[in-house]
Design a binder for this molecule. Structure first.
Ligand code: C2E
Ligand code: MG
Ligand code: MG
Length: 639
């Protein structure tokens, strides 16, 4: 029986065991009810307990989550404020854009740096901003190209240095901005590096230039010399290195002080620069030593003349504070590659040549090697003698006939220059044309040759000989002279020679500057003058110009003719030149024909005209007249 029921019975009815048996079933049923209540209560208790633990746990989690979110929010706030502060504090101009090219964020520095009005960034389009920036750049196209490239390649980086029209220099970085794996846009940052650049430039200047004269210093000289040697080596040309030492600078410096010394050095530098071409380098090595690099040296004689010019220029007094100071110079010359093929060797040799100049009494120049000195000296002598040759009437022309292969008649003559030197007698052009060319004297001499040749040809017609062409050689320098076309026109007019009887011979090298040459040739050809390419096959035979230029004749160089019978290459080249002339409808003439066998060979190939010792050597005008008359008589008799 349930204990509670037992206690109730005891309280109201006495001993529960003495309860009449008839009540038993009833009491059992009540007891079972009590027990059911008990078990129900226990169940409820249990459930309540479970529920309250769960509630408690849930509460705890919520509290934790809340705390975490608060923390996260404050962290975001902190980073945002940090970011903003950083953006505002940095000197860089920053522009952040999203992946659809809308402006997301920027800082004041960006606006100030680019002077961007608010409406441009507010327009929200990155293109508006980059276009606005581009307008301030010295090379806007490159920047816009980068910007377009980055639009097309959102994951690309870029770094550029931008130069603004106002002289500022900005470094520009552009990097993609990612969220996780995704590209969310990009960030542009611009840094003003103008001052750093200026400092770098100043430093570089100080490292490479002499503070007193502003000339390159030893450092830069070595760099330039090294580059020049490599350059000339590639082109197979020579260069000259001149070492200059002022003869009495030390005395000036010691007696008049450093300030006067410095001013003398500055004046010397100025005079040196005035003696040189823009492409030459003059440097100050320190003290009273200067150095000159002469690149693309035309001839030894040119260098000797330059050294002489420098010496002369410095021999004039320097006016300083009412005084006239004299400061002469000794010059040593070393030639690449003859004297040395490397930088240090050249410097050493130029230096020792300079000491030799000092030994020879100062105020003079010396080459490193004696024979070079001798050669330069002789050329200089020749130059001096040639200067007056034209006026003294020492120049004359010889004429060499040109024969038509088919008919054997004389169709032209070539005018060839000779120099009748008082001491040496008749000098061949091979010895002096180069000097005329290097010194520019060829322009005056060439003018004289042209006039003389045209007048002579006209005189041949006037004495009743059948009209023939006269070929006149035009050197590269003459061809470049400003008034060549006018000069030819005037000469023809003055002498009365018809243009068709004048044939100008130019070499392939002359045509290297295609554009300019084209214009000159067109004008000459337009006048009716004949044009020939002399020494064809020896120069840069760019076949393309033959088609483009109004050329009449190719003149095969005599070196091919010399060995045409023995050297199969020369024979093949000659055959090719003739075939080429055929297809381009050009006439072809061979020079240097000395034997009948050579003539036959050329005849077989189909060459039009020939010139050479086989028919006649170049001869004076009166001899040529006799020669022409005799040929005329012979052919009349034969007919
Ligand atoms: P070039 O124009 O190629 O002249 C042809 C040269 O070949 C001439 O030499 C001529 O005497 C030579 N020659 C002719 N036939 C023969 C031959 O059968 N055998 C050999 N071995 N040689 C022959 P030259 O007169 O000594 O002239 C040399 C070069 O000087 C000319 O070559 C030309 O480039 C230049 N030259 C001559 N006169 C003048 C001129 O008035 N002005 C300019 N700018 N250059 C000139
Ligand atoms: Mg010629
Ligand atoms: Mg020739």
């Amino acid at each position: 029986m349930h204990s509670l029921l037992r206690r109730q019975i005891q309280r109201y009815l006495g001993d529960p065991d003495s309860v009449p048996a008839a009540w038993r079933p009833f009491l059992d049923a009540v007891s079972a009810g009590y027990e059911q209540d008990d078990s129900d209560r226990r169940l409820i208790d249990n459930s309540l307990e479970v529920m309250s633990t769960e509630l408690e746990e849930r509460n705890q989690t919520l509290r934790k989550e809340l705390a975490e979110r608060r923390q996260a929010e404050s962290r975001i706030e902190q980073s945002l404020s940090l970011l903003r502060a950083t953006l505002d504090a940095t000197a860089d101009g920053i522009l952040a854009v999203d992946h659809e090219l809308r402006v997301e964020s920027f800082n004041v520095q960006l606006l100030e740096m680019w002077m961007i009005p608010p409406q441009v960034v507010e327009a929200q389009s990155t293109r508006d901003v980059t276009d606005f920036m581009a307008r301030q750049l010295t090379t806007p196209a490159a920047f816009l190209e980068t910007a377009r490239h980055l639009e097309a390649h959102p994951d690309a980086d870029s770094f550029d240095t931008l130069e603004l029209n106002d002289g500022r220099v900005l470094e520009c970085y552009s990097r993609p901005r990612r969220i996780g794996e995704q590209i969310a846009g990009r960030v542009w940052s611009f840094r003003d590096v103008t001052q750093r650049r200026e400092a770098e430039t100043r430093l570089a200047y100080m490292a490479n230039y002499d503070a007193v004269t502003g000339l390159p210093n030893r450092n830069l000289l070595r760099e330039r010399l090294d580059r020049a040697i490599k350059h000339e080596a590639r082109k197979g040309r020579s260069l000259a290195l001149l070492f200059l030492d002022l003869d009495n600078f030390k005395a000036i410096n010691d007696t008049l002080g450093h300030e006067v010394g410095d001013r003398i050095l500055q004046l010397v530098a100025k005079r040196l620069l005035a003696c040189l071409r823009a492409c030459d380098t003059v440097a100050r090595l320190g003290g009273d030593e200067f150095t000159v690099i002469v690149e693309d040296m035309a001839s030894m004689d040119g260098v000797a003349a330059l050294a002489q010019k420098i010496i002369e220029n410095l021999s004039h007094p320097f006016p300083l504070d009412g005084h006239e100071l004299f400061c002469t110079v000794s010059v040593g010359i070393a030639i690449y590659p003859n004297d040395s093929d490397n930088l240090d060797g050249l410097m050493k040799n130029a230096d020792s040549a300079m000491y030799r100049a000092k030994e020879h009494g100062r105020n003079t120049y010396r080459f490193f090697t004696e024979d070079m000195h001798q050669r330069a000296y002789e050329r200089l002598l020749m130059e001096n003698k040639l200067r007056g040759a034209l006026n003294r009437g020492e120049l004359l022309l010889h004429y060499q006939p040109q024969i038509d292969v088919e008919s054997g008649t004389t169709v032209g003559i070539e005018a060839l220059l000779r120099w009748n030197d008082a001491v040496r007698g008749l000098v061949q052009p091979i010895e002096f044309i180069g000097v005329l060319e290097d010194t520019g004297m060829i322009v005056d001499v060439g003018r004289w040759v042209l006039a003389e040749a045209c007048a002579f040809n006209k005189s041949l017609q006037e004495i009743g000989l059948p009209p023939i062409r006269i070929a006149v050689n035009i050197s590269p320098r003459q061809f470049r002279q400003q008034d060549l076309v006018e000069c030819v026109a005037q000469t023809l007019q003055r002498t009365g020679l018809a243009a068709e009887y004048l044939d100008l011979e130019i070499t392939e090298g002359t045509l290297a500057d295609v554009l300019e040459a084209h214009d000159v040739l067109e004008r000459l050809s337009g006048m009716g003058v004949q044009l020939s390419i002399d020494d064809f096959g020896t120069g840069y035979s760019s076949l393309s110009y033959l088609k483009r230029f109004p050329i009449n004749t190719l003149k095969i160089d005599r070196s091919f003719i010399r060995d045409i019978l023995t050297d199969s290459d020369d024979a093949a080249i000659t055959a090719a030149i003739v075939a080429l002339s055929r297809s381009l409808r050009l006439k072809v003439i061979a020079e240097g024909v000395e034997t009948a066998a050579q003539l036959n060979c050329l005849k077989l190939h189909g060459c039009d005209e020939v010139q050479g010792y086989l028919f006649a050597r170049p001869m004076p005008g009166d001899v040529l007249i006799d020669w022409l008359r005799e040929r005329q008589r012979d052919s009349a008799q034969a007919a």
